[in-house]
Every structure is written in structure tokens, then in C-alpha cells.
Design a protein around this ligand. Structure first.
Ligand code: 5AD
Ligand code: SF4
Length: 457
């Protein structure tokens, strides 16, 4: 939950036509979820927007002279230890673009009439550039922006937060506003925590971050691959996973590490969100379907037995039947071990919430049901394909039936087997005999194998 942010004051000066009056109201609407309420005077405003008009002669010069005065207010505010953000919107912004910021450096951002939905992102980026965190007042709903809470080390698996925040600004997502800029923990602190977890019996860690593969050690500069290599050297720490990744941050070094590190489990959660390039663009994902598929090909070349999981959103604003069909086609091509799917949920303050073409609830529900039917089929098939194979299982706890233990396969499947409780915390080979949608069961194979090589899928 995000605590309620202190109110911030917004002053908008509207020049010109009725259209601009309407646009100013829209700007006030998209800024309200960031905590901005209207004020009548620029002097005490935290954000001043000049919504300009080009139509009359000398209009531009008038804007510059007005900006000169607002600059003085901004300076006075800074001297008093505060801050003011100045934005220029409307037709002059459209026509003059960055020229405005060159002529009047006190201006923080310029936004044309077609881009008001991007105001939250632009404001958030301005605050970040100043080293301030935007205390957004987004509706308290953790569903999409919370990391799993760190589990304590009583078990054999643990989460380990290595990174927080996000710089990607997908247009549907609150994380860049609620969690702030991408930030990584120093590797030394992570390694110390991992050692202590391993000492307490943890055998598998899942490295957590909203954009975990954007990890960069603030001290030595190494990325996630370097961190994983160091973690893999810790005695007892046999398994390493990480979530959630962005396709754009999946660099060659990390891909290579998947082929080289036995500790890296052959299961990767790499959300694509949609199978339509048009929708990916509107989502500001920064990758196409083709780029994603090429990436998957590279990852599979490095680690042939890897299984891929993803997140999908259906009913993003403007999503047509043909876009949704493209998503289904991608899902079929990917053949996931498992994946999450969501109906697009309109989050006020995010750019997509202000987009036209919001999709009706029934259409979203129908698309989600169709998508989930395919994903369920794939999960069942993936689990069924394990029958007859021997998988290394990390036993975690007692099962519900007498003499039974429950553990996890490399693919995150729950595995049930009859086994002695002394095997809790151990990795042992289990021959899989049965599979359902949510779990596997099998029998312990006598000779313990240390992480046997897995067959390609
Ligand atoms: N509506 C629907 N799904 C969303 N997600 C994030 N924000 C939204 C939203 N507004 C999903 C994305 C993301 C996952 C954590 O949650 O698929 O990858
Ligand atoms: Fe949200 Fe993930 Fe996109 Fe960041 S990369 S904005 S956390 S969906």
C-alpha cells in the first residue's frame, strides 16, 4: 500500500480557445492521481502548466514573457528550500518543442496536445532527474506492483530482493510511479545475506526485482549474470532463479550464464504482454513480437532445456479481435510451461487509462477465458511430458499423506513422492509417474544424482 501523499498544488493557465479549456481539464484529471489539486495562484503552485495557444499574433512572445515571471517565482521557491515544476503545453509547445526549453531553461517539460496522457510519465521523470521521488497517490491496490514479501529463512527456499523500481514506463503500469526509479542493492550486501540464508539451510534463492535483469551493482558495476556467478559459488546454494525480467534487459552475458551456470534453473519468467506489435507499441514496451521471439531463440540456444513463462494482458485500450488473435498465435508458438494472464485494469494516472478505445468488460472476460483455456492446455501438456523422466527434486516439506514429501522440480512444479523426512532440504532424483495441471508425483530413484543434465524439451 502506498501511503496517501501530501497534496500538491497545480496551477494551469489556459490561453485561447474552448479546446484548450477542455484540454486543461483533462490535464487536471490525469494529474489528480499523482496528488495534484488545483490552486488559483502560480506563486504557491508545485506544478505550473501554461496551456498555450498559437492563434493570435505575438502569442509566443507572450508565453516567453509569462515564463520569465514564473521563473522568478520558481527561484524564490528554491531559495525557500522548495521546488516548482514548470510545464508548457498546447499549440506553442507543439510548434516550438525543445526551443522553449533552450530559451527558458526554467521550463522542466514541454508537452504537445497529442501527448497529455504522457504527463504522469513526464512529471515522474522530471522529479527523478532532480533526485526526488514522486509520492504518488495511486489507489491502494498492490495486485500489480508488489514484490512477494521476503520469506524468512526457516525453509529451504527464500526470496532475496536485489532490485526495486522501474524505468520502463509501460503505459498500463503503476510501478514507475509507486516504486520509483530502478535501484539496485550492492552485491556485497546481497552476497552476505545469501551466505547467511545458506547457513540456515536455504538451498534455492529467487532473486527479486520489478526489473530484476536491469540489476547493476552500484559499487562494482556488474550485472545480474555476475551476481549469479558469485552466488553460485556459495556452498549449499544449489539453485538460483530470478523474477521479473524485461526483454530489453536480457543481455548476452545473462543469456550465456544460463548455458554455463548449473545453479540457474531452466525456467525463465519473461513477460511479453501481447502478441500484437500495435498493442506493444501503445503499451510502450520497447520491443516487437519478432524481437521477443529472436530473444527466446537465443536463450533456448544457450540452454535448450529452458521453459519459458510470461505475463499477458488482454483488453488493453484499442485491442481489436485481430490483436487478440495475434496474442493467441504467439502463445501457441511459445508453448509455455505456465504463464499469468490478466484483464487490462484501468489505473488512473497511468497513460493508458486516458487512452480512447477502452475495451468492454464482457469482451475482456471472453478474451481472458479463451487465452486461459490455451494456457491451461499447455500447462497440462508440459506437466504430462515429464512423466517417465527423472527430475532432480528439492524437497521442501512434509506432504498431506503419511510418508509423503513435497518438493520442487527445476521447472517450479510441485512434486510429491514417498520419502524419508531427512530428505527435506536435499535434492534427490525422482522418476515422474503421474502429472496433473498443478503438480507431479513420482518415486525416488535410489542413487542420488547431483543435478543431472536435463533433456532438451
Ligand atoms: N492491468 C492488467 N495487468 C497489469 N499488469 C500490470 N499492470 C496491469 C494493469 N493495469 C500485469 C502485467 C505485469 C504483471 C505483474 O501485472 O502483465 O507483467
Ligand atoms: Fe510495470 Fe514491468 Fe513495465 Fe516496469 S517493465 S512499467 S514494472 S510492467
Amino acid at each position: 500500500m502506498t501511503p496517501a501523499a501530501p497534496p500538491k498544488r497545480l496551477f494551469i493557465k489556459t490561453y485561447g480557445c474552448q479546446m484548450n479549456v477542455y484540454d486543461s481539464e483533462r490535464m487536471a484529471d490525469v494529474l489528480a492521481p499523482l496528488g495534484y489539486g488545483m490552486t488559483d495562484t502560480p506563486e504557491d503552485a508545485d506544478l505550473v502548466v501554461l496551456n498555450t495557444c498559437h492563434i493570435r499574433e505575438k502569442a509566443t512572445e507572450k508565453v516567453y514573457s509569462e515564463l520569465g515571471q514564473i521563473r522568478l517565482m520558481k527561484l524564490a521557491r528554491q531559495e525557500a528550500g522548495g521546488a516548482m515544476t514548470i510545464a508548457v503545453a498546447g499549440c506553442v509547445a507543439q510548434a516550438e518543442g525543445e526551443e522553449i526549453m533552450r530559451r527558458q531553461p526554467a521550463v522542466d517539460l514541454v508537452v504537445g496536445p497529442q501527448a497529455y496522457h504522457q504527463l504522469p510519465e513526464l512529471i515522474a521523470r522530471t522529479h527523478r532527474a532532480r533526485g526526488e521521488r514522486l509520492a504518488a497517490d495511486f489507489a491502494a491496490e498492490d495486485k500489480f506492483d508488489a514484490l512477494p514479501t521476503a520469506r524468512n529463512a526457516s525453509g529451504v527456499t527464500a526470496f532475496l530482493t536485489v532490485q526495486e523500481g522501474c524505468d520502463k514506463f509501460c503505459t498500463f503500469c503503476v510501478v514507475p510511479y509507486t516504486r520509483g526509479a530502478e535501484w539496485s542493492r550492492p552485491a556485497a550486501a546481497i552476497l552476505a545475506e545469501a551466505r547467511s540464508l545458506a547457513d540456515q539451510g536455504v538451498r534455492e534463492v529467487t532473486l527479486l526485482g520489478q526489473n530484476v535483469n536491469a540489476y547493476r551493482d552500484p559499487d562494482a558495476g556488474g550485472g545480474l549474470a555476475a551476481l549469479a556467478r558469485a552466488l553460485a559459488k556459495i556452498p549449499g546454494l544449489d539453485r538460483i532463479r530470478y523474477t521479473t525480467s524485461h526483454p530489453r534487459d536480457m543481455d548476452d552475458e545473462l543469456i550465456a550464464a544460463h548455458g554455463e551456470l548449473d545453479a540457474f534453473m531452466p525456467f525463465l519468467h519473461l513477460p511479453v504482454q501481447s502478441g500484437s506489435d500495435r498493442i506493444l507499441k501503445a503499451m510502450n514496451r520497447g520491443h516487437t513480437v519478432e524481437a521477443y521471439l529472436k530473444l527466446i531463440e537465443k536463450i533456448r540456444a544457450a540452454r535448450p532445456d529452458i521453459a519459458i513463462s510470461s505475463d499477458y494482458i488482454v483488453g488493453f485500450p484499442g485491442e481489436r479481435d485481430s490483436d487478440f488473435e495475434a496474442t493467441l498465435a504467439l502463445v501457441r508458438q511459445m508453448s509455455h510451461a505456465s504463464a499469468f494472464s490478466f484483464k487490462y485494469s484501468r489505473r488512473p494516472g497511468t497513460p493508458a487509462a486516458a487512452l480512447p478505445g477502452q475495451v468492454a468488460e464482457e469482451v475482456k472476460a471472453e478474451r481472458l477465458a479463451r487465452l486461459q483455456a490455451v494456457l491451461d492446455e499447455q500447462q497440462v501438456a508440459f506437466n504430462a511430458a515429464q512423466v517417465g523422466k527423472t527430475l532432480p527434486v528439492l524437497f521442501e516439506r512434509l506432504g498431506r499423506h503419511p510418508g509423503q514429501l513435497v518438493g520442487r522440480s527445476p521447472y517450479l512444479q510441485g512434486v510429491h513422492a514417498q520419502a524419508d523426512p531427512s530428505l527435506i532440504g536435499q535434492i534427490a532424483p525422482v522418476r515422474i509417474e503421474a502429472a496433473s495441471k498443478n503438480s507431479l508425483s513420482g518415486v525416488l530413484v535410489e542413487s542420488p544424482v547431483q543435478a543431472p543434465a536435463l533433456e532438451p524439451l
